[in-house]
Design a binder for this molecule. Structure first.
Ligand SMILES: [Cu+2]
Length: 377
């Protein structure tokens, strides 16, 4: 399987995924049910991320039927069995979940699509396909000149040209009804909870905190203090991912203490993006240039700010609809929300990006914040 593009266009070079094909060992929950691995995968996509991929079926016999299968735990990465739907899954109505899924019916979050392989027809694949495969398999990144002759040359934004570095936060707290919600915020502390917890999150209708200038380039360091990976989606601009780095969530007071080295984005995240996975316990650093297009009609300014408001938000719909959004005022951006998970006395542990996360749900149905419980060396 070769990826040649994402939601924002071509990747700088073709990327071979899971090559040569390997059968992954999966993780298991406390009841022995298989749950997906968050460390090894063919293609990891969060909501709103897209991939243009080429799959070579030439060695698969005609008549074969193959299933495109999703084994990503949800919420990612720790997962909750209540949100894992498949044929013959256990009846979870006693725990507030769904009844067992019968064959031929949904919901089913694992079985996505069936491929039926038939004999090839028409002309053979052009030779360029073989070259593409060779490039991808041999590591396109190391064959720069040849690759650039095949694919569009993509500009690489340079951090040194940024006029501003902003520190922003992904947060979770509880709403008035006791439900877990997610909010975007800055690194400034707008309030302190009764238990002394620092609250960075701002509601969606708060005034924009970030005013950007047309045409300028900015670097945003976004600290995920929640237990989930959030696919953050940006309106107005595309972006490039610079790095991910673990930080001390429990001790975060607006000034980060990094707990490990930064690492580069995955190969299929290079080039332009408009939705980026932001993992729990990590600072995801992105760079954007706010090139606002000229349009041949009048757009009224926001009566609230007198500028133009644009949104960045989590693309998990439940989070998006629950204040995980923020507006940016251009000459603008702002906030975000989260998953309600109410299993009781459940402890879950998952690995992601070399880090180990765990989360425990208390008997009152409230979910503890994620704890970084270790580092995998
Ligand atoms: Cu989210």
């Amino acid at each position: 399987m070769i990826q040649i593009g994402n939601e924002a266009g071509f990747t700088p070079f073709p990327v071979a995924l899971n090559n040569p094909p390997t059968k992954f060992s999966v993780q298991f929950d406390a009841n022995g049910n298989p749950i997906g691995s968050t460390l090894k995968y063919n293609l990891l996509l969060a909501p709103a991320e897209r991939a243009d991929i080429i799959i070579d079926f030439s060695n698969v016999p005609a008549g074969s039927k193959l299933i495109l299968y999703n084994d990503a735990p949800a919420p990612f990465p720790v997962g909750d069995p209540l949100l894992d739907y498949f044929t013959g899954d256990p009846d979870q109505t006693l725990f507030g979940g769904a009844p067992s899924t019968e064959p031929g019916f949904g919901p089913n979050t694992r079985t996505l699509m069936q491929f039926q392989v038939v004999n090839g027809r028409g002309a053979a694949d052009p030779a360029a396909m073989n070259l593409l495969e060779t490039l991808a398999v041999n590591g396109g990144a190391t064959i720069g000149n040849l690759v650039n002759s095949l694919s569009p040359k993509l500009e690489k934004l340079e951090a040194r040209k940024a006029v501003q570095v902003r520190d922003l936060t992904l947060n979770e707290t509880f709403d008035d009804a006791g439900r877990l919600i997610q909010m975007l915020g800055t690194n400034k502390v707008p309030s302190t909870a009764p238990d002394g917890t620092l609250q960075f999150g701002l509601p969606y209708d708060a005034d924009p905190t970030d005013v950007v200038r047309r045409g300028t380039t900015e670097v945003w360091r976004i600290f995920n203090t929640t237990g989930d990976t959030h696919p953050m989606h940006f309106h107005l601009v595309n972006l490039q991912v610079l790095s991910r780095q673990p930080f001390n969530v429990a001790g975060y007071d607006g000034v980060p203490e990094f707990t490990g080295p930064a690492r580069l984005p995955d190969l299929n995240e290079l080039g332009w993006k408009e939705t980026v996975r932001m993992n729990p316990g990590e600072c995801t650093t992105i760079i954007m240039r706010f090139d606002v297009p000229n349009i041949p009609y009048h757009v009224p300014v926001s009566p609230r700010t007198g500028g133009y408001e644009y949104v960045w938000h989590c693309h998990i719909l439940e989070h998006e609809e629950h204040d995980n959004d923020a507006t940016v005022d251009c000459d603008a951006v702002k906030r975000f929300t989260k998953t309600v998970c109410q299993r009781t006395n459940e402890k879950a542990t998952r690995q992601l990006g070399g880090l180990l996360f765990s989360r425990e749900n208390s008997s009152n149905g409230r979910q503890s914040p994620p704890k970084l419980s270790g580092e995998i060396l």
